[in-house]
Design a protein around this ligand. Sequence first.
Ligand code: ZN
Length: 308
Amino acid sequence: MPDFPASLIEFQRRFADDDACAAWLFAARWPFGFRCPACGHAKAWAHGGKSFTYECAACGKQTSVTAGTLLHGSKLPLIVWFWAAYLMATHSNGISALQLQKQLGLGSYKSAWLLCAKLRRAMVAPGRTRLAGLVEVDETEIPLRTKADPVAGGGGRSSQGKMFVAAAVEVENDAPGRVRLAAIKDFSAASLHGFVAANIAPGATIKTDGWPSYPGAPGVRHDPHVIGNMAAHVVLPWAHRVFSNAKTWALGVYHGLRRKHLQSYLDEFVFRFNRRRARHPAFRSLFAIALVGKPLTYKTLIEPEPRG
Ligand SMILES: [Zn+2]
């Protein structure tokens, strides 16, 4: 990936228009020069009529800098994508679709929401490795926001129903390392064993509060700390810190989370948490994932997400 500005002013200078954004995307996609996705030929002409589109000199296929990526087919100017990714990746709390719509002067809440939803899909690196070593594992309930609750928060919040979330936090030298959060169906052994298998490498040791669903999780050593009525944060301080930060963030930025898109929002929290010491490079990783990501339809984005 090409390098990336380390401050807001540098960002503004460097990505002043769509041409500058397209040049950066070109360099990120084809670091060794253009390659036709159809025939592999290296020579192409800039297309006269279509912006940021190249026509293969051998087979004639037209390829835009965003073709086949998460940005595929978007009607939004590239500069809007860049600003949105920058704000989402580098702000310590991220930014809601409503705030983004206002900040970037977008025509509708829907297009702001779709932009955020697509960027959120670029927050899980394909093939990321599972957590290893000593890993705190815990589960919690969070209140769900219903469709009737207003986008901007305020009164009328119904608190019917809860959603279930599992967390895993690597612990190295008494400090938190990488984190994973997942929406789960319930606190059963099947759900929690599934979470452990998907997120924790074989051979790791999981430290839990002794909840009876954890024993027998395949491939890992189990270190239960049965705490009875004692405060659980004493035993699993980092998992509790992560839950508490995630809940505060969800209320502060989103006025609560909806069941339908819970996993995407958890992924956003984890993306930012895991890059908390390197916010500016976070933009680069967001685009690195977006460029290998597959185009997403509106229908895919609004469908309810599966829970483990
Ligand atoms: Zn070609």
